[in-house]
Design a binder for this molecule. Structure first.
Ligand SMILES: [Zn+2]
Length: 343
């Protein structure tokens, strides 16, 4: 029997302090060589155990083997020069020093497939694997070769499709593409962003998801959110076209955000991963708060299509906070599950 309201996370979870400096993005590794490889696997096992101990239904690697959700993928490609860095404005929001595209981009070998196989060996639960989306990838680079955002995005879509097919063969049940850029570049999203995403999932038989959020709880994002006004209607610009796409699941922000919940109506018919956990706050939600968010979402999402989730990754949070939030997610989903069963 299929679990109703299966819980999952958007992807990343905090790393242990012996592996990387905690509560920080792009935190450098503390180990090297073979020790680093071992350390990453140990951290993946711990992250999985913490999800299992919290009762999370669809588990992930907690992104323990990657330094950053976009950069680590790009590091594995040819055509990108990591020495030759340029400062660009990411998602029109903050400046970051990023690598430069200097030639044709190609995936010379698989990126996460071995890690996915390792996770698959550890559990029989459904597993979800996150990859960066094409548009978010081009936004985290300086392009000195293609001189076209769209052209580069299509190249990345091809590469992501190769990786996704191997992840599927490794036993991944849901492949998720992280596209926070979908919340910023609306015209491009509708012109070619969603088409590129569909290129990335071409031929896949496993389920596919797109995660569109307002970012990690870091200062640059918090400042940006202050400029968005009292109602965040960004989803309105891209949901109609996403509804028509082949993507199975849409992962979005809900709890504590200023997204009007009725915007979920725009994707009725799709499965929706509803963010019921705020990743930009250290205060741990009560199960009742989680349940309240899910009940609101149920007005617009059919119960069999609702997947309780976190708003975004929890990598920058303290570990005990993240654990508390996982427990709250499970407990809140359980409340609503019981209510639905009683109907
Ligand atoms: Zn996110």
């Amino acid at each position: 029997m299929k679990t109703l309201l299966p819980t999952s996370t958007a992807g990343s979870l905090p790393k242990p302090a012996w592996l990387a400096e905690p509560e920080k993005l792009w935190s450098p590794w503390k180990l090297q060589g073979a020790e680093l490889l071992d350390g990453k696997h140990d951290a993946l096992r711990i992250s999985l155990q913490e999800q299992q101990a919290a009762g999370i239904d669809i588990v992930s690697d907690g992104e323990q083997t990657r330094q950053h959700f976009v950069t680590t993928f790009i590091e594995h490609l040819s055509g990108v020069d990591f020495e030759n860095r340029k400062t660009v404005r990411i998602r029109n929001r903050y400046d970051a020093s990023v690598p430069t595209v200097v030639g044709p981009v190609e995936r010379v070998k698989s990126v996460f497939v071995e890690d996915a196989k390792f996770l698959r060996q550890q559990t029989t639960q459904p597993i979800k694997w996150a990859l960066p989306g094409p548009m978010t990838m081009i936004d985290t680079l300086y392009d000195d070769y293609y001189h076209s955002r769209e052209k580069l995005a299509w190249e990345f879509a091809k590469i992501l499709n190769q990786e996704a097919k191997e992840l599927e063969a490794a036993g991944v049940d849901i492949i998720q593409f992280d596209e926070p850029a979908f919340n910023v570049f609306f015209d491009d999203v509708n012109d070619w962003g969603i088409a590129c995403l569909e290129r990335a999932i071409e031929g896949l038989k496993c389920e596919t998801a797109v995660h569109i959020c307002y970012g990690y709880g870091i200062q640059a994002n918090t400042d940006w959110k202050k400029t968005l006004g009292s109602e965040w209607r960004q989803y309105e610009a891209v949901f109609p076209k996403l509804l028509q796409s082949n993507i199975d699941i849409i992962s979005l922000e809900c709890h504590n955000s200023h997204v009007p919940v009725e915007l979920l109506e725009l994707v009725r018919g799709k499965k929706v991963m509803v963010g019921a956990i705020d990743v930009a706050s250290n205060s741990i939600e009560t199960p009742e708060e989680v349940a309240a968010t899910l009940r609101k979402a149920l007005q617009y999402v059919d119960a069999d299509k609702l997947y309780p989730c976190t708003n975004c990754g929890m990598a920058p949070l303290a570990r005990d906070v993240a654990r508390g939030k996982l427990n709250a997610l499970r407990a809140g989903a359980a409340i609503v599950r019981a209510e639905l069963a009683g109907k």
